[in-house]
Ligand binder design. Structure first.
Ligand SMILES: Cc1ncc(COP(=O)(O)O)c(C=O)c1O
Length: 360
C-alpha cells in the first residue's frame, strides 16, 4: 500500500491489520469505549519496556519529540538541572528542548558516532549537586549506535538521580528493561519499531514520581506530564482531544507484537539486520560503526567514494525503496541509512539487496 517499500527509520511498513484498524468506526473520546482502549494500550506499552506495577504509561497525541518534550518540560523546578549525554542528532534535539525551556544542564557532549566516556560522565555527575535527571538517547538513530543505557542507569542509581531515556527508535526493537536499567522516564512513538503510525507518542514512567508532579510545575500547557498522568490515573482519559483513530492502530500494532512475542520480534529484527549487513559487506560497502555497536534496526553505511548521495537515493526510490540520507556531518561523508523497522522480513531484505546492487 505504500508507493515505495520503506527501509527508513520511520515512517515504517505497517501490518495490514494495523492499516485496517484506521477505519474502525468512530467513537467519542469521552466514552467508556475509549477509556478501555486507553487502558489496554497503556498496559501493552508497559510490556514493551518490561515495566512492573510501579510504572504507568500515558499516551500523547504527537510525534516522538512530543513525548521527550512532555517529560523535559514537566519535571524541573527552578534551579534543578539535567545532565545531558549526547553523541548525535537526537541527543542534540534533547539539548534543543532544554535550551528552549531555559532548563539548566551539565553538557556531556561526545563526538557523533563515538560511545560516551562514562568516567567523564561520572565525574560531571559527582561535581554538580543540582543535577536532578540524567538524559540520554537509547538508540542514537543518526549513527545507529546503541548507547550504554544500563551503565548510565547504574550511575543514576548510585547517585540517586532520575533517568530519562529517549527510546523513540529503540522501543520494540531493542531489549529494554526499565526496572533493571533504573529508567524513570522512557519515551517512544508508534511509528518506528512498534510498526504503527507516527503521531502516537507515549511515556512510561515511575508512578511514584508521576504522583509528585503538578500541572503548575510544567512549562507547557499541552505537553504537561502531570496533566496527562492525572487524566489517565483518574479515568484513563487524556487532558485534551486525542487522535482517537491512531489509538486503534497503535493498539493493533502492540497486539501484533505481543502475539509474535516481543523477544521474537526483536530476534526477527536482528536477523533482518544481519541479512542486510552481510549483503552490504558482499557489495564492498563500509559501515560507520563496528557491528557490535549497531542497533537491531538501522544500518549506517557509506556510498562508494565519488558516488552522488542524492542521485543514489533517487535511484533507490525509482527502484521502489526508500532509504535515508545521513544527517549533519554524516551527510557530508556520503552516508546513508537502511532501516528494518516494522513489517519487514528477511525475504524483503534479500529483494532490497538486489535493488541496492543495481543502484550502486
Ligand atoms: C532517537 C530519536 N529521538 C527523537 C526523534 C524525533 O521523533 P519525531 O520526529 O517523531 O518527533 C527521532 C526521530 O527519528 C529519533 O530517532
Amino acid at each position: 500500500m505504500s508507493k515505495t517499500f520503506l527501509f527508513s527509520p520511520g515512517p515504517v511498513m505497517v501490518g495490514e491489520n494495523v492499516r485496517q484498524s484506521l477505519t474502525h468506526y468512530d467513537i467519542c473520546h469521552r466514552s467508556p469505549e475509549f477509556e478501555e482502549l486507553y487502558k489496554d494500550t497503556t498496559d501493552k506499552i508497559n510490556k514493551l519496556f518490561k515495566a512492573d506495577d510501579s510504572y504507568r504509561s500515558v499516551i500523547i497525541s504527537g510525534s516522538g519529540t512530543a513525548a521527550n518534550e512532555t517529560v523535559l518540560a514537566s519535571i524541573f523546578k527552578d534551579g534543578e538541572k539535567a545532565l545531558l549525554i549526547r553523541n548525535g542528532e537526537f541527543g542534540n534535539r534533547l539539548k534543543q528542548i532544554l535550551d528552549q525551556y531555559k532548563i539548566g544542564y551539565v553538557d556531556c557532549s561526545f563526538e557523533w558516532g563515538k560511545l560516551p566516556d562514562l568516567d567523564a560522565v561520572e565525574k560531571a555527575l559527582a561535581a554538580d549537586k543540582a543535577v536532578k535527571v540524567i538524559c540520554m538517547v537509547f538508540h542514537e538513530t543518526s549513527s545507529c549506535m546503541i548507547n550504554p543505557v544500563k551503565a548510565v542507569g547504574d550511575l543514576a542509581d548510585k547517585y540517586g538521580k532520575m533517568f530519562m531515556v529517549d527510546c523513540v527508535s529503540a522501543a520494540a526493537g531493542q531489549d529494554i528493561d526499565v526496572v533493571d536499567m533504573h529508567i524513570t522516564f522512557a519515551t517512544s512513538v508508534g511509528g518506528k519499531c512498534v510498526g504503527a503510525y507516527p503521531g502516537s507518542a507515549y511515556v512510561c514512567a515511575r508512578e511514584n514520581v508521576l504522583k509528585t508532579l503538578t500541572p503548575e510545575m510544567g512549562r507547557n500547557v499541552y505537553l504537561n506530564l502531570a496533566r496527562h498522568y492525572q487524566a489517565a490515573a483518574k479515568n484513563n482519559q487524556t487532558p485534551n482531544t486525542p487522535n482517537v483513530n491512531l489509538f486503534w492502530a497503535l493498539n493493533t500494532a502492540l497486539t501484533n507484537i505481543l502475539d509474535e512475542g516481543l523477544d521474537n520480534q526483536i530476534a526477527r529484527y536482528k536477523e533482518c539486520a544481519r541479512v542486510l549487513r552481510d549483503g552490504m559487506k558482499e557489495l564492498g560497502l563500509k559501515f560507520l560503526l563496528p557491528e557490535e555497536q549497531m542497533s537491531n534496526t538501522v544500518t549506517s553505511v557509506f556510498l562508494p567514494e565519488g558516488d552522488d548521495l542524492e542521485e543514489f537515493i533517487a535511484k533507490m526510490s525509482d527502484a521502489g525503496y526508500t532509504v535515508y540520507a545521513g544527517k549533519g556531518i554524516f551527510y557530508d561523508m556520503g552516508m546513508f541509512q537502511v532501516a528494518n523497522m516494522g513489517e519487514i522480513y528477511t525475504d524483503d531484505c534479500k529483494e532490497f539487496l538486489k535493488a541496492l546492487e543495481k543502484c550502486l
